[in-house]
Design a protein around this ligand. Structure first.
Ligand SMILES: Nc1ncnc2c1ncn2[C@@H]1O[C@H](COP(=O)(O)OP(=O)(O)OP(=O)(O)O)[C@@H](O)[C@H]1O
Ligand SMILES: [Mg+2]
Length: 359
């Protein structure tokens, strides 16, 4: 998979831009606020139809404009790929792949694949379990787009089940009980399938994660990963039974995969509470690189790797080690502080005043 050229119209700070990328490593350099992340966000948008910064569409349309267009030309498995997305600041946007309108936005998943590392990813290590569950589910979807329906099914089931628990107001009437048992059955089936998939992914990720961390840290440090699902020991049906009273009292679903975690240890110590800032940053990066590798292996083609502001908080050795061990395929990285010594990107793009020019 390769992105050759990107055109932006009224996207973020860009009135218009026409940007070419190298087949290997492209570096976007420029001062704070010049528009580096905006370029990466546009590439990411074509892969997922959402901003990896979590921004709503109206933030992506240039202030004062009513719609934005992102157009990208590239190739995938030897075939030309043209993706065009129009984003309206209000309402739904439109997407075309090779001039064909997509029936459902879900059909886009997999047309262009990206792996993104952004400064916010520190939260993957430092923050609560939700980010880590997302990380696992995103990797599962990238590996197999059909997985997306399992994930959205679970969300729907939990929403309905929570509404019912709330409606029960703490009392288990026969009506509530029979409806609840229907949602329980759905939750058990979907939840166990999801947890099983996550668990297998965690096992598959482990070697890639250890290798990626070692490459960034410049030496072996054992990273251990555990998929933590306390309900799995006795099964979701029994766990729901045991939690019934609490769930009714609190009006919310208390056990299941929506409460699970991916627990990370670095050299035997829990990373969330013990690792240094730079170690946490390195581990977050290693998580992204590991998922990137697993997705590349599973799909037979490397996603485009987007590394936003990747050198911040990494010491010079770690920055250089990262560059020396970039995975095969196409990478676009950004830096406000220049490149580490010895870096040899194929293409350096200077980002300034909402324009992007080869150096
Ligand atoms: N919808 C929009 N319309 C116009 N300008 C926007 C819009 N959204 C963001 N901007 C501008 O884009 C700039 C931020 O761009 P971006 O986040 O890409 O910077 P950056 O080069 O990544 O900076 P840093 O090094 O600080 O991460 C800001 O100046 C912001 O005001
Ligand atoms: Mg930025």
């Amino acid at each position: 998979m390769r992105l050759a050229r990107l055109w932006l119209t009224d996207f973020r700070s860009y009135a218009s831009a026409d940007i070419s990328f190298a087949p290997g490593l492209t570096a976007l350099l420029g001062a704070n606020g010049e528009g580096k992340t905006n370029v990466m966000e546009a590439i990411g948008y074509l892969a997922t139809l959402s901003s990896f910064r979590g921004a709503p569409n109206d933030a992506l349309v240039r202030a004062g404009a009513s719609s934005a267009v992102i157009r990208a030309e590239g190739e995938r498995e030897g075939r030309q790929l043209l993706i065009e997305a129009e984003l309206a600041s209000t309402g739904r946007g439109r997407v075309q792949v090779n001039k064909q309108k997509l029936a459902r936005t879900r059909d886009l998943l997999g047309a262009l694949r990206v792996s993104v590392f952004s400064p916010d990813d520190l939260e993957l290590v430092k923050g609560g379990p939700a980010g880590r569950r997302h990380y696992l589910d995103d990797a599962l979807v990238a590996r197999r787009p059909a997985f997306d329906s399992l994930r959205s099914d679970l969300e729907k089931i939990l929403k309905q089940r929570n509404a019912l628990l709330k409606q029960a107001g703490g009392r288990l009437t026969p009506d509530i009980e029979s409806t609840l048992s229907v949602w329980d059955a759905k939750l058990i089936e979907t939840g166990e399938a999801l947890a099983h998939a996550r668990d297998e992914l965690v096992i598959e990720l482990a070697p890639a994660l250890n290798l990626a961390y070692e490459q960034v840290a410049g030496g072996p440090v054992p990273v251990t990963t555990t998929y933590d699902a306390p309900w799995r020991e006795r099964g979701l049906a029994a766990a729901l039974e045991a939690a019934r009273r609490d769930e009714l009292r609190r009006g919310v679903s208390l056990v299941g995969p929506h409460r699970d975690d991916l627990v990370l240890h670095l050299d035997g110590l829990p990373s969330r509470t013990h690792a240094s800032q730079g170690e946490q940053r390195s581990l977050a990066l290693a998580l992204r690189l590991a998922a990137h590798r697993v997705v590349a292996d599973a799909t037979g083609s490397s996603p485009i790797l987007l590394l936003d502001d990747v050198f911040s908080e990494l010491d010079p050795d770690r920055s250089a080690a990262l560059l020396a061990h970039l995975p095969p395929g196409q990478t676009v990285l950004s830096s406000a502080a220049g490149l580490p010594p010895g870096a040899t990107p194929e293409l350096v793009l200077r980002v300034s005043g909402a324009s992007v020019r080869p150096e």
